[in-house]
Design a protein around this ligand. Sequence first.
Ligand SMILES: CN1c2c(nc(N)[nH]c2=O)NC[C@@H]1CNc1ccc(C(=O)N[C@@H](CCC(=O)N[C@@H](CCC(=O)N[C@@H](CCC(=O)O)C(=O)O)C(=O)O)C(=O)O)cc1
Ligand SMILES: N[C@@H](CCS)C(=O)O
Ligand SMILES: [Zn+2]
Length: 760
Amino acid sequence: METHVLGFPRIGVNRELKTALERYWKGAISETELLAVGDELKKRHWRVQQESGLSLVATGDFSFYDQVLDTIAMLGAIPERFGRNDGNGNLVAYFHMARGNVIENTPAMEMTKWFDSNYHYIVPEFTPSLSIHLASEKIIEETRHAISLGYRPKPVLLGPITFLCLGKEYDGAKRWDKLDDITTVYCEVIRKLAPLCDWVQIDEPILCTDLPEVASSVFIPTYQTLKAAAGSSKLLLATYFGELRENLNLALESGCDGLHIDLAQGKGQLNMVLGQIPDTMWLSLGIVAGRNIWKTDLRSSLDLLQSVEKRIGRDRLMIASSCSLLHVPVDLSHETELDQEVKNWLAFAVQKCDEIKILYDVFAGDNRDRELLENYEALQSHRNNPKVYRKEVRQRVASLASDMLYRRSPYADRGREREKWLKLPLFPTTTIGSFPQTREIRSTRLKFKRGQIDSKQYEDFLKSEIRAAVKRQEKLGLDVLVHGEPERNDMVEYFGQQLDGFCFTRNGWVQSYGNRCVKPPVIIGDVSRPEPMTVKWITYAQSLTDKPVKGMLTGPVTILCWSFVRDDLPRSEVCQQIALAIRDEVLDLEKAGISIIQIDEAAFREGLPLRKNDHDTYLRWAVDCFRLTVSGVSDRTQIHTHMCYSEFNTIVNWIAEMDADVISIESSRSKMELLEAFKEFEYPREIGPGVYDIHSPRIPTVEEIKDLLKAALQVIPPHSLWINPDCGLKTRDWVEALPSLRNLITAAKQLRTEYSSDNP
Ligand SMILES: CN1c2c(nc(N)[nH]c2=O)NC[C@@H]1CNc1ccc(C(=O)N[C@@H](CCC(=O)N[C@@H](CCC(=O)N[C@@H](CCC(=O)O)C(=O)O)C(=O)O)C(=O)O)cc1
Ligand SMILES: N[C@@H](CCS)C(=O)O
Ligand SMILES: [Zn+2]
């Protein structure tokens, strides 16, 4: 038997990687110093896995930005605009791909959501001239390094089929034409890894989705080629984030020596796999959930292990995490301020490694009765805690009436009165909500948290930030203003902190992309809103200006998706509870005189199940929860929503069903590609496709912005077009945000002039 995790979080328990990256980008540390931080983190994480007693340690899972970008570097699949650098150890080219090159004005590669998670990967670009060759031996070097330190490594590669499926084709390129070259490089890498290790893990999460036909047809031959390169080293085909369903045969006939299945998000597949797995194939059971932070139910996991043993014996079994632990925080023992009872319900990456080992020990016949009893008691304490079940919340959800899902009038009617009221120009300009979270804002919040300043001082500081934000926007000439969100640490955590039913970690950071991390709140019980959460700040901003200030809220689906959610209640029901809480806030904002309210549903698309068959069920309850949130307002109130990284094509009709008056969407990195969706489906509302890529430090030019707007105008009627950045500006500095917004306003003004003279 073997025990292992599919990957370990790389950010570091104190976000050491984030700090080092930011210092390196600023020029405060050298490349050598950055590499040393990486080495230290790798060593630390290998040590954790070994000290837990796992039989294998993952190598190649560390990355300075993203594992897909590392694969791009390994294959030399570097787009021409970054020069002919081979990416091997060349961190400069590597970071240009991730973040753009400010000096040469080269845009970054696109970034999008990793399956249905809040992790983001860099999207491979396939062009006809792309030449694939082994360009980086990082994984081989890392594996040798682990061996030199006495570890038993299991290198982790992103599989070629998933890599190809996740990329995008440009200039008429056909991705599958690259398969042979890519397979050749993978063979070269596997051949070099084979003498170093017993197992090589190849991740093909794409097998848990509806696979394109061509991918199915090339899967088995590709893997047979890879297996031939592996020689006596064993290949573990890792699947996760769902069930294999109709792709099971591909996995079983791949020639791989082992198959890993996700039993957290794909428990239903176990019987089918057990019924069909060949006698020679190892089975890695992903029992310990890699996407949530609840303790594993060890007793029921042991029952499962025993039932598996009865069917296929124990010699070919591996006990594992369901997926990489990238999606959970590093170490619970650092949570010194968490309520002890709640803490006892949780397990982070380090603790999950321990759980795997306990399962192994008990299964192997060792006595771990104390740990089993503690685990049982912890689960009971969660179930029986009075905060978990709250009668008044359950009753409110039970008494929901269907008329609570409808605005008073249909869209066409409710706009008329509002137009007179809001007096917005053609192509109204706005931003998405947040302004730069400057060092001063973050450190003042920290001082408040540590009790070094009192609430009056903190509130005065936030008000001065809001005043400055309003002044800046008036000076820029924006039409619809925002208060800038200086009071928010994060758009989900901030709301979670004010809602009953949530709890928080102090240090539970999870990587979202590159250097950016989130601290997802934990939903432990029924959710309700004890008091207004944003009204004070929005009304303060509105009191400073005659222009409309948008109320800014995070929507229920996004709060759900970006939290660790209790697993004893359907997600749809938890979402309804959150929707009711946010509905109360919407109505309070309206009562306080706010005429435009934006409800961010940045994670709406992310929550979409990976299989088409499961889409409609999710979309129905997710759309209804959004409608429940906003439908109480009068016709005069304009409802906005905002979404990031949206590949909408198949769900535009559902987005229209949300019945928001205006939607703003990320689109600049993908060069307005999302508009394809609107060509076929005439979206009956107003739209602000993003024209400024806020994830890059680059300042977009007026011409660039106008080009994007003109592309948008091919599809969106002028009276429906809003002008805004892709997303909030919290990750930018003012030195980048101000000139970018100036260019955005100039582009809007020029377009207005062109349109009024073209269309008198
Ligand atoms: C919009 N996006 C978001 C996603 N998910 C979220 N939960 N939130 C989002 O906004 N997903 C999709 C996109 C892109 N993803 C992200 C994710 C994260 C960020 C981001 O900016 N993260 C910040 C951390 C934010 C935060 O919680 N900050 C806290 C703590 C600040 C801190 O680190 N304090 C230091 C000391 C500071 C000092 O003295 O200078 C400390 O405590 O030691 C806060 O502000 O209070 C990040 O930097 O990673 C953006 C997009
Ligand atoms: N209002 C939020 C949305 C981010 S998705 C912001 O501007 O940061
Ligand atoms: Zn956004």
